[in-house]
Design a protein around this ligand. Sequence first.
Ligand code: TXA
Ligand code: MG
Length: 326
Amino acid sequence: MITNALTDAVSRLVSGEPVAIPTETVYGLAANAFDLDAIAKVYQLKGRPEWNPLIVHIGKMEQLESLTLEIPEKARLVLHHFWPGPLTVVLPKSEAVPDAVTSGQPTVAIRMPAHPIALALLQQLPFPLVAPSANPFSRISPTHARSVDAYFGDNLMVLDGGPCEVGIESTILSFKETLPRILRLGKITRSEIEEIIGPVEVQNTTAEKPEAPGMIRTHYAPSTPAFFMQNPLEVLHDLTHLKVGCMFFREQAKLPDFVYSIALSKSGSLDEASKKLFATMSELDLGSFDLLLLQAFPDKGVGSAINDRLFRASLPMSRLKEFLKS
Ligand code: TXA
Ligand code: MG
């Protein structure tokens, strides 16, 4: 059920129940980070495997000190620069953080979200919140309260904060090694981070066993078979026997009329396109198409982060031949 009442969300969270909350990136499935039963409910609701750790959300800088063992200078610099905002840092965890939050890892992922309602909520609560994206495991992350409600219905209270401004999940930056490493691409880009702290590595996000356990290949997947490509127009003529849905980055001039297509941004704005990305993918997924073709974004700035999501949402290209007209 969807609510606008912050006080209802506060009292549920205090009583150990999960609540879906808005953030500037995507909606989160929040619960008291110090309450083992509440954490278990989050894993259960999401159907999330217990090897996949959760991000702890805070509303005040002081909370960071009590959750971590040490904060390297470079970590301080970036978080003072980007918080509140779509950046998650991975740091050595203190005893205060339950192993259930970190899946037994010695590090904890922490972020201070920039959404005014999320911040107000976090600042009222006497504990930080774990909040994975508010979707069942491996499904598309929700960027509207109604999308969360469609996933969980009466099993979950959703605090409505409007559509998420950023639309893709936070950038994750790990300080586990001496050279900081980006584990998940997001709104805050490598070059923005490097401007503040110098060189960082980017984890090969398509690795078989990624360092952020959640970064597995089949994440964010629509249930409709989807393919990620530079130019869907090139294959459309071999797909006329199927009902095809296309998601283009920007408006296309000439499209064959047997194709249903959505352009994420008329003018080709990366920010506008990323904001609409997940809701558009969900909409296409509900459209009873045989096949979805997802166009690659320009590979710069937040576009690289989006291409990473689209790659994960899709099948290997080798399987496209199963759909082509013979
Ligand atoms: O934007 C976001 O980050 C959203 C909003 C709700 O804040 N949250 C989010 O959480 O995307 P989730 O659970 O869907 O993704 C968290 C990712 C997973 O890939 C997980 O494996 C990784 O963070 N992670 C969590 N703790 C970690 C740790 N200690 N070390 C490495 N990766 C970690
Ligand atoms: Mg997620």
